[in-house]
Design a protein. Structure first.
Length: 101
């Protein structure tokens, strides 16, 4: 079974993660099928770069998301810019006539 999960990179006490498609029973940092994103928790705010099309492809093929990757994908989807709703324009109000004195 395929999993989409984090693979740790970076130096000691400076973690940096790749989001990878990998066989479930392989080692955490073992050979992966494909890298589908990155996650850096050390930036403020944490930076997440996802290849959404590839994640959708692999989940369509039966790959399961790990708990942490599922949270990252959901958060990225919520933060994705959506098309703005068309603003309703109010009719222009005519200036009030002041009584001539």
């Amino acid at each position: 079974m395929l999993m989409i999960r984090l693979s740790r990179r970076g130096a000691r006490k400076q973690p940096y993660y790749r989001i990878v498609v990998i066989e479930k029973d392989r080692a955490r940092d073992g050979r992966s099928v494909e890298v589908v994103g990155t996650y850096n928790p050390r930036t403020n705010p944490a930076s997440v770069l996802l290849k959404s099309e590839r994640i959708a492809y692999w989940t369509g093929k039966g790959a399961q998301l790990s708990d942490r990757v599922k949270k990252l994908v959901d958060k990225a989807a919520a933060a994705a810019p959506t098309a703005p709703a068309p603003a309703a324009t109010a009719p222009a109000a005519e200036p009030e006539a002041t009584p001539a004195a």
